[in-house]
Design a protein around this ligand. Sequence first.
Ligand code: PLP
Length: 354
Amino acid sequence: MSKFLLNCKKALTAYVPGEQPQDKQYVKLNTNESPFKPSKRAIRGAIKATKNLQLYPDPEVKGLIKSLARVCGVKEENLLTANGSDEVLNFIFMAFCDNGRPAVFPDISYGFYSVFAKNNNVSFKEIPLNENFEINVDDYVGINANIFIANPNAPTGLALSLADIEKIAKGNPDNIVVIDEAYVDFGGESAIPLTKKYKNLIVVQTFSKSRSMAGARLGFCVADKDVIDDLKLMKYSVNPYNVNSMTYAAAVGVLSDNEYTVKNCQKIINAREFTVNELKKLGFNVLNSKANFVFCSSEKISGQDLYLKLKEKGVLVRYFNKPRIDNFIRVTIGSIKQMKVFIEKVKSILEETK
Ligand SMILES: *Cc1c(COP(=O)(O)O)cnc(C)c1O
């Protein structure tokens, strides 16, 4: 720490991304990336864009916004793109939250929400999930705060229904309700249509998971035009060129190849069902995931031991050393081949610890 760091930043605990180890080749099931390559159209687009890297990208990314409007069934004025959905979330905190307008989110959810809150000097409250790790919808009705909910939630994988989302949006007309749909394509229901009815609702999505583009960094949100204009004010006050030319072209490519995305999501869903069944046969408690990961625990081995032993055997999963969930591991659903390796390793670890 230098002597220049502001006092207000000294207490920041930064978000800890999942490991990206370079020491050996792992079966990498720890950061919810896609096991599939990007669409060929995305790759072709990105390569073509490298030929004009001497130029700034279009700050309005008009072509991309047009494609997104078509795919999402909304108007162009209802869309904003950013450098990953993380940046969209940061813009939302910057524009709409402070100590007078605090943020609330579940106690077990995406770890970045509290980091954004702290970094933007926003007071926040974490509302406990119930004993089954579910969101109690009534906890979020009529509270005087901006609401952040990942749906499906991470790391549980549990999803709320659209009726529940609507209840929350309707129950807080004077606050922003953010639905973070990073995992919606793996079996959830998108709240995008509800943004036409509720001016306080922001739906955030990403290209990092279902669209195999985590490395390109692209996220977006859908909301009422006035809300989008507020977020554009943030974007143009921080980083007008937040979507680079290669990502722009890759995204237009993958959006024109939606069958590829849909097919990959179905493969993930199939591999998830296989994984859940095998884990249950081994006596695991597995939450009902609608995402590209499963959250599970066993009475036979602690979450931390299982994580460490899997790592020794070359399989990387995510472990959170946090109260209530410290006996669980979160396992990204990869290809069926990767999931078979994972299950084999779990079996041999359970044998060894008998
Ligand atoms: C992965 C993830 C994000 C971040 O996505 P990027 O677009 O890669 O920044 C946001 N929210 C949740 C819940 C996620 O799991």
